[in-house]
Design a protein around this ligand. Structure first.
Ligand code: LMR
Length: 393
């Protein structure tokens, strides 16, 4: 039965994670997969999360089914986190999802059911897994230019002039903050321009919000979504709790819908429930219940916000230290942009050969497009890392 299958190509980021694990060198450095690391190179369970898990363990009195859209309290808390405490929520609906990727996929299925002939426009570059997710949903994909690699910044003019050619009703995938893989984000003025264009051309905004709290702060990172929500009748958001709550393997996320009116919002959530039921029936419970406790218990929430801020500030410090090290070592400002970018990722201007040399000779792992996970930069070994990178330039 399976002999006719073509050889499958593994996901580049996940394969890199495996190769890194198999490397027995003790001085290896993982700048690959997007998981946060502390100063000891560990990805710990947050203290606030541990406490919430303990409460859950002690108090949960049933494992009975919840339903396709998952926990309502979790959904309400996620709506507040993304749309803000003041948001009018009557047109917003939410379904708990299997991580941010699960939200992307069920929302993609919802879009295919609602607008079967619309294309989705994704940034070039984008998170590599966006492409198979939308392909699997049967949505035609197009790309808009996003990153000016020479200047290491957003090529906003190119982005806008390409999106102006989109057909009315097409969908535009936007990274709400902390663009993956470039770390180059739009300014709030630019977000306003994109929102106005979406309104004018009836483009449908689809936000991927996987790194809320890792850029400028928890509230600030939702500014793009909130601005669009104030200007446009409809949009969707795929939000993730993997990074900001460190819940990676618990697969916790939320698929959110802002509809034109209450009736359409209910219709959309109904269709989303059908999509979920026919895929995996219901989402897993543990991560969402833990998240709900962390977001709604005052003491836990304060503790989590402090932990999140600590992660964010650590990544900023690492950005500055790396940029400064590269400035001194190369005697140029070519890497200064790293200090000004946002979130977990930036791209180094390295070719395939240079990336392979870093891996083979130095045990330094980065994604094939030059993307580095900033949180993986070693505080102690920064000089050695800078030296290795400079030596392949
Ligand atoms: C990443 O971009 O490295 C993360 O989002 C992890 C993943 O699933 O690819």
């Amino acid at each position: 039965m399976f002999e006719s299958l073509p050889e499958s190509k593994p996901d580049a980021i996940l394969q890199l994670m495996e190769t890194f694990r198999a490397d027995t060198r003790t001085n290896k450095i993982d700048l690959g997969v997007g998981v946060y690391k502390d100063a000891n190179g560990q990805t710990p369970v947050l203290t606030s999360v541990k406490k919430a898990e303990k409460i859950l363990l002690d108090t949960q009195d049933t494992k009975a089914y919840v339903g396709p859209v998952g926990s309502r309290p979790f959904c309400a808390a996620m709506i507040t986190q993304v749309f803000g405490a003041q948001a009018q929520t009557d047109r917003i609906r939410c379904a708990q999802s299997n991580g941010g990727t699960g939200a992307l996929r069920i929302l993609a299925d919802l879009i295919k059911a609602s607008k079967p002939n619309s294309a989705i426009w994704v940034s070039d570059p984008t998170w590599p897994n966006h492409i198979p997710v939308f392909k699997a949903a049967g949505i035609e994909m197009k790309t808009y230019p996003y990153y000016d690699a020479d200047n290491c910044s957003v090529d906003f003019d190119a982005m806008m002039s390409t999106l102006k050619q989109a057909n009315d009703g097409d969908v535009v995938l936007l990274h709400g903050c902390c663009h993956n893989p470039t770390g180059a984000d739009l300014s709030i003025e630019q977000w306003g321009d994109v929102a106005d264009m979406c309104a004018k051309k009836s483009l449908f905004p689809f936000f991927d919000l996987a790194y809320q709290g890792f850029g400028d702060g928890l509230e600030q990172d939702a500014a793009s979504v909130r601005l669009f929500a104030s200007k446009l009748p409809e949009l969707v958001v795929a939000a993730s709790c993997s990074k900001n709550l460190g819940l990676y393997r618990e697969r916790t996320g939320a698929a959110m819908i802002l509809a034109e009116n209450n009736t359409n919002a209910d219709k959309a959530l109904g269709q989303l429930s059908v999509v979920i039921r026919s895929n995996y029936s219901m989402p897993p419970d543990h991560g969402a219940n833990t998240t709900n406790l962390v977001l709604t218990d005052d003491a836990l929430n304060k503790e989590w916000r402090d932990e999140l801020e600590e992660m964010r500030l650590r990544m900023l410090r690492l950005r500055t230290a790396f940029a400064e090290g590269m400035r001194q070592r190369t005697n140029s400002d070519k890497f200064d942009y790293i200090a000004g970018q946002k979130g977990m990722f930036s791209r180094l201007p390295l070719n395939t050969q240079q990336i392979a040399t870093l891996r083979d000779d130095n045990g330094i792992y980065l994604v094939g497009d030059g993307r580095i996970n900033v949180a993986g930069l070693p505080e102690e070994g920064m000089d050695a890392l800078v030296e290795a990178i400079a030596s392949v330039l």
